[in-house]
Design a protein around this ligand. Structure first.
Ligand code: PAF
Length: 323
């Protein structure tokens, strides 16, 4: 439905004027993201701002804002009421359906694998599809590998998850995978998660270490299971008509600044992954390493027939075999 929204609104967006001009004649570029400033997304946005403002001699003024509802952020970029956004791939597949292939659980072995695929042919082909849906994919970003957390209910194996309410992103692939495991997935925007955890509306949630750390989710949860069940990419997306309205030099600066943002984002994810687990343990959450990760793969296995039907078994295998 969001993909259709893009097509319907592109004509309207074309007639809008871009990037409010200030008295100094600057073009204002607002970029939103869903985490605090001191986070893997926050550092990316700051790197982007510093790079783009320096490269354009201040002709572009980058304004960074926090917007926890990533679906709303993408809608605003698509519609043209904000210029750019950094979001996770959670809601992205509802806008650019082909990107859903990246959301399949246990597709990537680790960061080198996931980043290699995004930087390689698959990632670049997917970015090239964004304009079809009223978005410009400037650069891939990442949240990291997602881990399960629960409140008072603890789990010894995926069997214990049956019937539990776990908050997921508004992502059909994640929802299908958890449903296959017998979970009652409860999709909601991130902005709704803290009250849902505090009021016990859900029994748990899943997010990467950088997100758990930056948003203090450990204060609302008792157990962290290092399931690393799915890689969570992110995207730096802008409105295509805004980009088209920049001059050639500014467009090139936007692209290189997107690459700077991606590098800063990955560096911070690495740091958070390195020290985050110990930090979280020190802060008091019970951390559980998973010895039998195959049990989680098996629990989600019945969803794979649908994933293969949607994306093609060979395509999924080619991504798994990337080297
Ligand atoms: O769980 C989510 O919705 C996402 O991982 C988040 C926290 C918004 C980061 O992109």
């Amino acid at each position: 439905q969001y993909a259709k929204l893009g097509a319907l609104t592109s004509a309207l967006a074309l007639s809008m004027s871009w990037g409010v001009s200030t008295a100094l004649g600057q073009t204002v570029l607002t970029v939103t993201h869903s985490s605090p400033a001191d986070s893997h997304f926050g550092e990316a946005a700051i790197a982007f701002k510093q790079s783009l403002e320096a490269q354009t001699d201040g002709a572009i003024d980058v304004v960074i804002q926090r917007l926890d509802n990533e679906r709303e952020a993408l809608e605003s970029v698509q519609f043209g009421t904000q210029e750019c956004a950094i979001v996770s791939a959670g809601p992205l597949g509802n806008f650019v359906p082909e990107t859903r292939v990246l959301d399949v659980p246990f597709l990537f072995d680790g960061y080198e694998h996931a980043r290699g695929v995004l930087d390689g042919e698959t990632g670049q082909e997917l970015l090239a599809l964004f304009p079809r849906y009223g978005l410009e994919g400037v650069a891939w970003m990442e949240n990291g590998f997602r881990n399960l957390t629960t409140g008072s209910k603890s789990i010894a194996s995926p069997d214990d998850l049956v019937g539990m309410k776990i908050r997921t992103m508004e992502n059909p692939i994640h929802i299908a995978a958890w449903q296959a495991a017998g979970v009652l997935p409860t999709p909601m925007a991130f902005s709704e998660l803290p009250p849902a955890l505090q009021q016990g509306t859900v029994d748990g949630q899943e997010n990467p270490i950088p997100v758990i750390l930056a948003n203090n989710l450990d204060m609302m949860q008792q157990h962290l299971y290092l399931t690393r069940h799915v890689y969570s990419p992110g995207i730096f997306a802008c409105n295509p008509d805004f980009v088209a309205g920049l001059d050639e030099q500014q467009q090139a600066a936007l692209k290189t600044s997107g690459a700077f943002a991606a590098a800063a984002n990955r560096k911070r994810v690495e740091k958070d992954e390195l020290v985050g687990i110990e930090t979280l343990r020190d802060r008091g959450i019970d951390i559980v390493e998973i010895d039998d990760i195959q049990a989680y793969r098996d629990a989600m296995a019945s969803a794979y027939a649908d994933f293969e039907a949607e994306f093609g078994a060979e395509r999924l295998q080619a991504i798994r075999d990337w080297s």
